[in-house]
Design a protein. Structure first.
Length: 160
């Protein structure tokens, strides 16, 4: 089994106590960390690279992050293919836009809206972990877990 911690929209200029706490409590026992963009700082990338790390750049990322991370990526994790991108534009229609960006994937991970999302469309898991440390319209910050074995298990974790 592969356990993946999924983050998006951290919007942090530096590693802080909140991110360290999230890492220690929720990510330290994962096999891989995926970040769906709006990381904002290369310091965050370096911190998350304590584990095998995959990330993409988002619309709020500075050139330093954009130069390190592509806007779109496909990750092979066990027998599953994961499409990863941040997303763009209005939250309305976002899921349809990111869905149309990939073919032949089992999971699509995206961010941008700060809204946790998980459902299956045509056999593909559509997954947004919400925002771990950024502003949210709800009172909760969230991250996600994926557990990949014979099948895909996903979970949204409310961290406050």
């Amino acid at each position: 089994m592969i356990k993946i911690g999924v983050l998006s929209d951290t919007h942090l200029g530096r590693v802080n106590d909140t991110l360290r706490s999230i890492y220690d409590k929720y990510l330290a026992d994962t096999d891989m960390i995926i970040h769906a963009g709006d990381i904002v700082s290369t310091e965050i990338i370096t911190f998350l690279e304590q584990k095998p790390f995959h990330g993409v750049s988002g619309n709020m990322d500075p050139i330093e992050v954009i130069s390190l991370l592509p806007p779109k990526k496909i990750i092979q994790a066990g027998k599953f293919r994961i499409g990863l991108l941040h997303g763009w534009g209005s939250a309305s229609g976002l899921e349809e836009r990111v869905y149309s960006e990939f073919e032949d994937v089992d999971i699509i991970i995206f961010g941008h809206s700060h809204r946790p999302t998980q459902y299956t469309k045509n056999g593909v898991l559509i997954f947004n972990p919400g925002t771990a440390t950024g502003n949210t319209s709800s009172r909760h910050n969230t991250i996600g877990y994926l557990e990949l074995d014979d099948k895909i298990n996903s979970e949204i974790i409310y961290i406050n």
